[in-house]
Write a protein that binds this ligand. Structure first.
Ligand SMILES: *[C@@H]1O[C@H](CO)[C@@H](O)[C@H](O)[C@H]1NC(C)=O
Length: 382
């Protein structure tokens, strides 16, 4: 800089030295004065999906959540706004501004004892004869996460309607274990369901023991069996009659008995799986109690039953955060963050390829609000 500013005053032979000294001063000044600014800049302009966690390089106060936006039905909303209006209000807090799902922690994690006793208390409350047609007004904010979740209407009565689905194919297990990928994985949900088969092929389950939540047909169980699982317990409201020659490997239990005996099962399973089930929990559609966080309760229960490092294969509707009451929830950046608490997100399968795919923001929000697709997400218990 100096040599450029006063070229005539400098003898020619000093030019290289001045250049080196000048550059050194420039770099040092920039480094010292703008260290904070450049750290911030590298955060806001970086295209990486994951930035350093708060607790390592970046002091908490320096990370500005206002600089990170995620998509909601209201358009793009900053992580700072979500942190204040949603996460903190419902007992969470962002610890890392990851995309497309911020990483949150629970401010006060319930113990397994609390998780199961609360679930039991709620499940014993008297329920109306028909699934409620409207969300109780005093629970709207909880169901809609302070209106950051879109609300649509789609009423289904699967409690006392004659068309309600009943368990099928539990007597055909010896045939099903021979079915190829697309036939077995696609039995109940087409390509979306194949994602479960692919996820279990990728994370093989040799010699492992696991449980499956919510099963009308045993395609998730058989997918686990053909990928090595040695023991599978199905947790299902309907009583199941399992084909005799499979009873050494497969059994079933009613949810209420699983919860009553939770201490016997806690921390004992290598894996758990559930496809297209938890998004219904708490909406009353199946006669279950109205509970704005029925889905989170299910995941917390599952987490208690897993060994540390245990895997959870979870398939459910993805899109932009929405609730089509009482049909199902659709999970976007906000609700996914809360659901993933206590787990590491390993990967995501779509059913279109045997390999995992990168669930980017673009993919997650590729459909209009209320549009959705089901993928199998593999989580690891922390
Ligand atoms: C959400 O919207 C409803 C209806 O428009 C309104 O009554 C309620 O106060 C809103 N909630 C919040 C937290 O703003």
């Amino acid at each position: 800089m100096n040599n450029r500013a006063h070229p005539i005053l400098c003898p020619t032979r000093f030019y290289p030295l001045l250049l080196i000294v000048g550059l050194f001063l420039m770099i040092t000044t920039l480094f010292i004065q703008d260290r904070n600014a450049s750290q911030k800049l590298s955060q806001s302009t970086s295209e990486v999906e994951i930035v350093e966690p708060f607790d390592t390089k970046i002091p908490r106060g320096e990370l500005n959540l206002k600089e990170f936006n995620v998509k909601t039905h209201k358009g793009f909303v900053s992580m700072d706004e979500l942190n204040e209006n949603v996460f903190k209000k419902f007992g969470y807090e962002i610890i890392r501004p990851t995309f497309p799902v911020p990483t949150v922690r629970m401010l006060k994690e319930p113990t397994c004892d609390e998780v199961f006793s609360e679930w039991k208390r709620i499940s014993e409350e008297p329920q109306p004869e028909f699934p409620p047609k409207q969300i109780p007004a005093d629970r709207l904010n909880e169901f809609l996460l302070n209106n950051y979740t879109a609300l649509g209407r789609w009423y289904i009565n699967d409690k006392n309607s004659a068309q309600g689905e009943k368990p099928r194919n539990w007597d055909k297990l010896s045939e099903m274990v021979k079915w190829p990928r697309a036939k077995l994985g696609g039995l109940a949900y087409g390509t979306d369901g194949v994602s479960m088969y692919d996820a279990m092929k990728y994370h093989r389950l040799d010699g492992m023991s696991g449980f499956v939540v919510g099963s009308m047909q045993p395609w998730v169980e058989v997918s686990a069996l053909v990928h090595g699982a040695s023991k599978i317990l199905t947790v299902e409201y309907n009583k199941l009659t399992i084909q005799e020659e499979f009873r050494d490997r497969m059994s079933s239990i009613l949810p209420i008995d699983f919860v009553k005996d939770w201490k016997k099962y806690a921390g004992t399973f290598d894996f758990a799986a559930s496809f297209s089930s938890i998004e219904h929990s708490g909406l009353g559609r199946y006669g279950d109690p109205i509970d704005p966080i029925g889905d989170f309760r299910e995941v917390l229960k599952i987490r208690c039953m897993l060994k540390p490092g245990g895997l959870l294969f979870l398939g459910f509707p993805l899109g932009t955060d929405a609730l089509q009451y009482n049909a199902h929830r659709i999970y976007g950046s906000i609700r996914l963050a809360m659901m993933f608490y206590g787990f590491e997100w390993l990967n995501t399968f779509s059913g279109h390829s045997e390999n995992p795919h990168d669930l980017t923001s673009e993919r997650l929000h590729s459909k209009k609000v209320f549009g959705m697709f089901q993928n199998t997400i593999v989580l690891k218990k922390l």
